[in-house]
Write a protein that binds this ligand. Structure first.
Ligand code: PYC
Length: 404
């Protein structure tokens, strides 16, 4: 799929993190801008972090105009990805339902639908009868503790095979000359002239990175990590307002397809879709404490099962096959941190909370443009680190699936 070449001691661009964001950035640098002297470094293997651990949901029905425009571009790129990267990423546009069980949730769905429609996004509020037609296994009666009152229906939403996206970007970037280096951990970022006591921090300039396999000289480092984003940024003297939380997920045995849409319930803290293999893939909200550990917990399984069975009592006999966990970097406004940082040559594409996978194509495209042109593309300007100083937050909590 990609070459295994010796690590050199100098590159034009070093990307830290071999997940979908890092690989997409590398691919678009090469494909759109002809910048190929690029190394992607990962301390483990490609896709070993959130890229291989997420529940593969894509959608653009966000709450803020900035978010909607951004994720809509990502969906466009997902639509043509199989052809663009010459790999079947199994993009399945099957529709996405966000259920409302309370009047206030319904109000937020209406708000989202109106923001979506203003930007030409197919998104509307529907009632229980229509929900039942789209997802017959849901209990739409008045019997549950929290009856389903309505849903935001977003036909363009769906799922994608996440590993294929990782492999597709890696292979395509490799063909264009980008190098991928696995088992290569970044242990320091060299900065000179900054206003910190060690010469790092704002006002400084990147000169290189130190790795577990030697030093690399480079003028440009892009932090595309998740889980360790704040630790990598600290190495350059850049402070990020991020707290890291595990997010758990689980999958059942495969059964005949019966759930044709993606279903999310923010109130019940659960989302579910059925893969083409027939497994149900479930997720919930992030764990309620900061942690870098990725062990699963029985509390998660019990709560998940309880909530899922409120929605779909008919699946009580299905067996869970396995559960796993990944790390989510949460920002105060549930929007990412993208672009330049005040340290010349150090850029960030981080803070992806529970929504990083769906954003990877557009993030790669826009970050590549920022690196290539030295200017901030309009689409990512709202997500700059400066917003936390300027107080111009982009509040996406109301549309961040079940991250709250
Ligand atoms: O934001 O759609 C979402 C999502 C799904 C799973 C986790 N986050």
């Amino acid at each position: 799929m990609w070459r295994d070449v010796p690590l050199r001691n100098s590159y034009d661009v070093v990307i830290v993190g071999g997940g979908v964001h890092g690989l997409a950035t590398a691919y678009y640098l090469a494909a759109n801008h002809g910048i190929t002297d690029v190394a992607v470094l990962d301390k483990a293997y490609l896709g070993s972090g959130g890229s291989g651990r997420n529940t593969a949901i894509v959608r653009s029905n966000y709450l803020t105009p900035e978010g909607v425009a951004f994720y809509d571009r990502s969906l466009q790129l997902y639509n043509t990805m199989s052809a663009d990267l010459n790999i079947n990423v199994m993009f399945s546009e099957r529709g996405h339902l966000t259920l409302a069980h309370t009047d206030s949730a319904l109000r937020t769905m209406r708000w989202r639908a109106e923001v979506n429609k203003l930007q030409g996004i197919d998104s509307s509020v529907i009632g229980p009868d229509e929900i039942k037609k789209l997802a017959p296994s849901l209990d739409t009666s008045s019997h549950p503790r929290f009856p389903i009152l309505g849903a935001l229906y977003h036909p363009p939403g769906g799922i994608v095979r996440h590993d294929a996206v990782v492999w597709g970007y890696a292979r395509a970037a490799d063909h264009l000359g980008v190098e991928m280096h696995q088992q290569t951990e970044v242990t320091d970022i060299e900065v000179t002239g900054g206003d910190g006591p060690d010469g790092k921090g704002p006002g400084g300039r990147v000169t290189g990175v130190v790795t577990s396999r030697g030093r690399i000289s480079t003028p440009t480092v892009v932090n595309c990590t998740a889980g360790w984003a704040s630790l990598i940024s600290d190495m350059a003297g850049v402070k990020l307002p991020i707290s890291t939380r595990p997010l758990q997920a689980a999958v059942t045995e495969p059964v005949k397809v019966f759930l044709p849409t993606v279903v999310v319930s923010g109130s019940l803290h659960v989302y579910v879709s059925q893969t083409d293999r027939g497994e149900l893939v479930f997720g919930a909200s992030v764990d309620p404490y900061n942690n870098y550990g990725i062990t699963g917990s029985l509390e998660f399984t019990e709560e998940l099962a309880g909530h899922v069975l409120e929605l779909m009592p008919g699946i009580s006999k299905m067996r869970l096959l396995r559960q796993w966990s990944g790390l989510c970097d949460m920002t105060p406004d549930y929007s990412p941190v993208m672009g330049f940082t005040g340290v010349d040559g150090f850029l960030c594409d981080v803070g992806w909370g529970t929504y990083g996978f769906k954003a990877a194509p557009v993030s790669g495209e826009q970050m590549a443009e920022a690196v290539a042109t030295g200017t901030t593309p309009e689409m990512i300007a709202p997500f700059s680190l400066d917003r936390f100083h300027a107080g111009t937050l982009v509040g996406e909590k109301g549309a961040a699936a079940v991250g709250h």
